[in-house]
Design a protein around this ligand. Structure first.
Ligand code: AIR
Length: 157
């Protein structure tokens, strides 16, 4: 049972997802991460998506670099919210992944966060889950307040 499934296009993307994993862990959200390339493993991707219901997955986070079609491929096969994380590291510094992820056709959206903004993807996933949970909304508000206090202290205000 994983509320959030994180898919990454390559094992080489793993380190860029640490912030998301930490955030989900701290938020008490069950999650799993799997390496599945839309281009290199299309059959495995289909098989994994066929199991979303039985695994209890509610939100899918997809992170990939270069021709990053992973999020779009998942959005094409599921009506669960899909959050895309375009990753940098290519010769085009992530512009390729950003445009491949964000420019979805009408009716098949991918909620795209900024390049390498894995932690934001996790926060958005928790916010989606929190729509039905007052407890999670309170935790999100508390985390924001703690961040505000930390920043104020750091800037000497
Ligand atoms: N990728 C893998 N399959 C399809 C795509 N777009 C991406 C990975 C990674 C980049 O290609 O998400 O960011 C390079 O992958 P690798 O395995 O060659 O290091």
């Amino acid at each position: 049972m994983s509320e959030v499934l994180i898919l990454i296009g390559s094992a080489s993307d793993r380190t860029k997802m640490e912030g998301a994993l930490t955030r989900l862990r701290e938020s008490g959200v069950s999650h799993e991460l799997q390496v599945l390339s839309a281009h290199r493993d299309p059959e495995l991707l289909d098989a994994r998506l066929a199991r979303l219901d039985e695994d209890g997955v509610e939100v899918v986070i997809c992170a990939a670099g270069m021709a990053a079609h992973l999020a779009g491929a998942v959005a094409a096969r599921s009506v669960r919210p899909v959050i895309g994380v375009p990753l940098s590291g290519s010769a085009l510094s992530g512009w390729d992944a950003l445009l491949s992820t964000v420019q979805m056709p009408r009716g098949v959206p991918v909620a795209t966060v900024g390049v390498d903004q894995a932690e934001n993807a996790a926060v958005l996933a928790v916010q989606i889950l929190a729509v039905r949970s007052a407890e999670r909304r309170a935790a999100l508000l508390a985390a924001r307040q703690a961040e505000r206090t930390r920043r104020a202290a750091a800037s000497g205000l």
